[in-house]
Design a protein around this ligand. Structure first.
Ligand code: 13P
Ligand code: 13P
Ligand code: MG
Ligand code: MG
Length: 368
């Protein structure tokens, strides 16, 4: 059976700052999707990571389907109504446009989608990150799909011997989708050269070179490119099919043990280590640290099993402690040097205005 798997997420309001949505908001979102999605969606699951609500669903409308995107948009508007009623912080934060125009891409919410013929058994992972941007997935995807130090299947499984195709997007280009396709293993130095620049180049999708099947899809939205100013962090979602022709679940999770430094954290303007967290975790220290959750599902004829929590296992407690240490180390230098993002990424208008003012006071000394 051919199905489309979609995850669409947005921040439409949260409790106590940018911490988490309210129970009432989540209930309203679930009710609305259940009611209005009947006949359109095969199944759905609602969750949150930090202050972002994610709608995971299956249907047969294909990728970028107007009906499905409209349902998500209307759902987030319903969520915003609850946020306003309850006085939640940042009600409707990620809904950047006034009216729906066919596709939520470019309107604020993050979207990752794949259409595929279901395998006999179809395990997949859904990742949701908060307080960071889509480049946060560059390193883990590179390591899981191109490096046998993390993905032993690249050596051990004949089905993976031909490697994977990376589709990489230039997210600074805003007049359309500017993408390049590169193949691992032969292009890995080129892939690395692009992916090191997480703010500009972002993995959009990955395909198996064995049979062309799609393995991964990432939401590539950069909100400040849509709004032209800071309106919240992008907080990307990602879908990864696992096992068989694809890396095993544990191979995809392995790179998240690094707790690599990503852009985000407080006011979307700092650098912090990405902490793998359990389902429905909240945000705290310095509006962070940047977090990522992972739910593993199987889908059969479009219906989901209950989720298994990818990061709810004692090993990840140890990782979380290390990540806390890494966060503290960098936080000790406050705003200096590499603890804060470069000027080009400083998303709050404040510092831009400030710099313009100071700039006028500069004088060039006359040579004697
Ligand atoms: P099982 O034998 O438990 O199915 O594990 C196989 C495997 O390759 C896990 O990475
Ligand atoms: P969110 O994008 O998750 O709303 O975070 C915004 C922020 O600036 C936190 O400090
Ligand atoms: Mg928020
Ligand atoms: Mg968020």
């Amino acid at each position: 059976m051919k199905i489309t798997l979609s995850v669409i997420k947005a921040d439409v309001g949260s409790i106590g700052g940018h911490i988490k949505p309210s129970q009432k908001l989540l209930e309203r979102v679930n009710e609305y999707v259940t009611q209005e999605g009947s006949g359109l969606l095969i199944d759905h699951y609602i969750g949150h990571t930090g202050d972002d609500v994610a709608i995971l669903c299956t249907h047969q409308e294909g990728v970028g389907a107007r009906k499905v995107h409209k349902l998500a948009w209307e759902t987030f508007k319903k969520g915003t109504e609850v946020a306003k009623e309850e006085g939640l912080y940042g009600a409707g934060q990620d809904l950047l446009k006034d009216s729906f125009s066919g596709n939520v891409k470019g309107m604020g919410p993050g979207v990752a989608e794949m259409e595929f013929e279901e395998r006999e058994n179809e395990p997949f992972l859904v990742f949701c990150a908060d307080k960071t941007d889509p480049g946060a997935y560059n390193l883990p995807l590179y390591l899981a799909f191109a490096d046998p130090m993390h993905c032993s299947g690249l050596m051990l499984s004949p089905k993976m011997a031909r490697g994977f195709k990376f589709t990489i997007m230039d997210v600074e280009y805003t007049r359309g989708d500017r993408v390049v396709e590169l193949n691992a293993p032969e292009d890995i130095y080129d892939i690395a050269a692009l992916l090191r620049d997480c703010e500009r180049f972002v993995v959009e999708s990955i395909h198996s070179r064995e049979n062309g099947e799609q393995a991964a899809a990432v939401s590539t939205t950069r909100l400040h490119n849509i709004a032209g100013k800071y309106t919240g962090k992008d907080d990307p979602a990602m879908l990864v099919r696992v096992q068989g022709l694809f890396p095993a679940t544990g191979e995809v999770l392995s790179p998240f043990a690094i707790g690599h430094y990503v852009a985000g954290f407080m006011r979307g303007s700092h650098v912090g280590p990405l902490m793998p967290v359990k389902k429905n975790s909240v945000i705290s220290f310095f509006d962070g640290p940047p977090v990522v959750s992972c739910l593993a599902f199987c889908v059969h004829e479009g219906r989901f099993t209950e989720p298994a929590d990818g990061f709810d296992q004692p090993y990840w407690d140890w990782v979380r402690n290390n990540v806390s240490r890494k966060a503290t180390e960098l936080r000790q230098q406050g705003f200096f040097g590499s603890a804060m993002l470069p000027y080009s990424e400083l998303e709050y208008g404040g510092i831009v205005v400030k710099m313009e003012k100071i700039n006028k006071k500069f004088k060039v000394r006359k040579k004697k």
